[in-house]
Every structure is written in C-alpha cells, then in structure tokens.
Design a protein around this ligand. Structure first.
Ligand code: PLZ
Length: 452
C-alpha cells in the first residue's frame, strides 16, 4: 500500500507533527488581524492558525507548523486532503468545462454520481438522487420531497439533532447558541422529540432505547398526529449534538413506526456517511434502510457537493422543475466525488475506519479510567468522542473541554469540540491517516490531560 505522502496530491507533505513557533505563529497572527478587519465576526475560528497545505493525516500552517489532523475539516476529507484521484479527476474536469448548469445542459459526471449513490446506499429498491451544494441544502430538499410525496407537512426531529444553518434547517436543529440565537423566526411545522442518549438517560442506559422510543412515539402520536407527519429526520450518530449513538434498538423502532404510518424516514448521514463509521453509512449497523438519505461532507474529498438519495417513487414526487439550483451537482464537484468514491473503494476506507476505532478506543477507555473528567467514551469507526464532566458526577464541563482542545492545538494536534453542552471532544481523523500519527495524536491528548 502506498504511503500517505504519495496518496496526497501536490508536493510531498511530510507525515509528521512539527511545532516550530508558538501557536498561533507570527504569520498566522498577521493574517488573523486581516481576517478580523475583513471577515464578519459571525464566522468563528476553532484553531487560530492559517492553513497552507494539507494531506494524508497532517495540516501545515503558514508558519511551518505541522498538525496531526483529528478533524478532517469536520468529517469532510476522509480520503485525505487533495487525494490523488480527487485532484486527477477534478483537474481533468476543470480543463473540459467548469459549469453548464445541469438544468440547462446535463453532463455525465452528475449522472455517474447518482448511479454510484444508488449502488452505495442501503436498500435494494429502485433509487434516484438529486445533487446540491451543501448539507443544509440537501436536508431542505429532502423535506420538500417528503412533503410533496406524502402531501403532509409536519417534520419530526430529535433532541440534540443538527441539520444546518439555513432558515428551515435552523428550525430542524436543536441547539440555540450559536446556531439559532437571534436568527428567528423559524419555519413552522417542526416537532422535536426525545432521542436515546444512553449516557444521560435518567433511568439508566439499559432502559434508554425502549423508553426514549416510547416517549418519542407517544409525543408524535399525541401531539402531532402520525397522519400529519411527512418525515422523521435523524442522524444515525448525532454529530454536532455530541457524537451520540442512539441506544441500540431505538433507530429500528422509530424506522418501523415511520413505516407503519406512511411517514418518510430520512437518515441524515452528512457527517456519519462515506465510510466514516466503518461502513459506507452508519445506519447499516442496525440494518436500517431509510426511505431517503442525505449526504455531503465526505462525498467529494473537500469539494462542495451534497445529495438526497432514496426510493425512486418518493424522489420523483416533486414536479419537473421543482428541484434544482444554479450550482447543484457542479461538474468539478461531481468529478471530485467520483475520485473520492474510487479512493474509498480502492483503499477500503471502511475497514480503515474500523482499524482507527481498534487503535483509538482502547486508549481512550484507558484515559477515561485514569482521568475522572472523562465521563464517557463513545462513537464508532473514525467518529469517536470523549464527554468531559465535573469529576464525581455528570455535570458537563465545557471549560475543561475548551482548555483541553487548546492544549492539544498548542502541541500540534488539531481537535474539535462539539455537543449541546459544549463538553465533547470529537475525533475525526482522515481515514487515510498513518497509524503512527494516530498514536502520536493520542500521546498529545494524554499529555494535555496530564497537564490540566
Ligand atoms: N447535517 C448531520 O453534520 C454539518 C456544521 C459545522 P452543511 N455539520 C457541521 C457548522 O458549525 O456549521 C451538517 C451535519 C449534519 C447537516 C449538516 C449541514 O451541512 O454542509 O454545513 O450545510
């Protein structure tokens, strides 16, 4: 198997952690001053260094520091940055044509991506897709499609769910700050019900799946009326809510309820999809076959592309001309997606994600035994997290989480935090990361915990 350096496009990028300045370094500080003057404050920054190159398992900044990448640009560059096949295919497409608008003059790469999506997503029924630019746009369109298909309006979402930042998807998203605060009014006919969050289920993890499903179904039936519900929308692993894996049994019960009531069951796999959790899609782990699935992020190796894929009869419910957008399914993004999918297949990145779990989870569990601030270790594949709490209980500790992330950044490890309570540290390495870097990243985390 080729080394990470060969797999990334562009000049060879040493696969090493290297901290040569204080973080942020002087050039990043200069650029940050320019950012503050020119870029709206609403666009925040997780780690205040400016990127110069990235590939394999590292990101290099403008000061020559090289960070081990445990973020993948929020679960996007699973195949690595500038992956060879992505660069090759997108470059060829760039030279041929950059845009025609699929609604004006279609092109083959768009159709090819939709054919791949039909092959890769769960379900052996006849499938169709529509392509868009961002995850939020895919979710909006899934809602439009489900509503025209069912001729119903209500959409059911879950506590801790995240679906985007546009007006409709803000309504679908549960967390107020920073996503919704001050941005209302929000779209109507959205109903939020409990999710099976094992670590925080009041009567204990063992009762969680059954009780949460019963509560959710009761609320849908009594408060909304199942016959009014167009779609139930859920992330199989809830990402921005804190990498919550719904207790086993919860998703199948909700999916069955949807089926029994003519409700379109939509899996939002925008963060969890494309090999991230050790399968092509996370819902496969419990044998869930959604009616519609939304994808983005990992689909195109860093180029903006998103999709809604599902049962042909549902996808075809919208009238001709009812779906679209100027750039949706841009040819360069489609070519990149075909390169990313080729890479995932050839390198069997689903297995690599499982291997990442094998390496990381035992070490995270050991750290949890050692450090009381780690209340929970969870996730699967290369979508893993620790939940940080005040020792002795389960009170969320966002301060310690932020401090830990900062200490990791200072020492050359790019990590992200997440969660409704801001107290979850998540690990989303590129699936092509070297095992040495993975272990070295965990060493950095261990050092940061020891230094708290
Ligand atoms: N659905 C499950 O994870 C994006 C958000 C980062 P877009 N998650 C990262 C931020 O702070 O904006 C996401 C997701 C799930 C939908 C989306 C939205 O995807 O491509 O960001 O629109």
């Amino acid at each position: 198997m080729s080394t990470m350096t060969e797999m990334s496009g562009g000049p060879a990028l040493p696969q090493e952690r290297r901290v040569v300045t204080s973080i942020p370094g002087p050039k990043s500080q200069e650029l940050m001053a320019r950012k503050q003057a020119a870029v709206a404050d609403g666009i925040g920054t997780v780690m205040p260094v400016f990127a110069k190159r990235a590939g394999g398992g590292v990101l290099e900044d403008v000061d020559g520091n090289s960070f081990i990448d445990f973020g993948s640009g929020i679960a996007v560059t699973g195949v690595g940055n500038s992956a060879e096949a992505v660069v090759r295919r997108a470059t060829a497409q760039l030279a041929d044509f950059t845009h025609t608008c699929v609604m004006v003059t279609p092109y083959e790469p768009y159709v090819e991506v939709c054919e791949e999506l039909a092959r890769l997503t769960p379900g052996d029924y006849s499938k169709k897709s529509a392509l868009f630019n961002s995850g939020a746009e895919a979710v909006e369109n899934a809602v439009k499609i489900a509503r025209t298909y069912t001729r119903r309006q209500a959409i059911v979402v879950f506590d801790h769910g995240y679906h985007g930042r546009t007006n409709l998807t803000m309504a679908l998203t549960s967390k107020n700050m920073p996503y919704k605060h001050g941005f209302g009014p929000f779209a109507p006919e959205i109903y939020r019900v409990p999710v099976a969050y094992p670590y925080r289920w009041l009567t204990g993890a063992e009762n969680c799946a059954e009780e949460a499903a019963a509560q959710a179904i009761d609320q849908i039936s009594k408060q909304v009326g199942a016959e009014n519900v167009a779609a139930i929308l859920i992330e199989p692993v809830l990402g921005e809510g804190g990498f919550i894996e719904p207790a086993k049994g919860f998703l199948p019960r909700i999916a069955q309820f949807a089926k029994d009531n003519g409700i379109v069951f939509v899996a939002d796999e925008i963060q969890s999809g494309f090999c991230r959790t050790g399968q092509w899609f996370a819902c496969e782990d419990e044998g869930i076959v959604p009616d519609l699935i939304t994808t983005a992020k990992g689909i195109a190796g860093g180029m903006p592309l998103a999709a809604v894929t599902g049962r042909a009869e549902i996808m075809d419910a919208a009238h001709v001309g009812g779906l679209g957008g100027t750039y949706g399914g841009n040819p360069v993004a489609c070519a990149a997606a075909l390169g990313a999918i080729e890479t995932m297949r050839e390198l069997d990145l689903a297995s690599r994600a499982k291997r990442i779990e094998e390496v990381m989870k035992p070490r995270l569990r050991k750290l949890a035994d050692q450090y009381d601030v780690i209340g929970d270790v969870r996730g699967r594949g290369a979508m893993l997290a620790i939940e940080l709490v005040k020792p002795g209980g389960k009170e969320p500790d966002p301060q310690v989480t932020a401090a830990l992330a900062k200490a990791c950044h200072q020492d050359g490890l790019l990590v992200l935090t997440t969660g409704t309570y801001g107290n979850v540290m998540r690990f989303l390495p590129p699936l092509v990361i070297d095992e040495n870097l993975l272990n070295e990243g965990l060493d950095v985390l261990e050092g940061a915990l020891a230094g708290l």
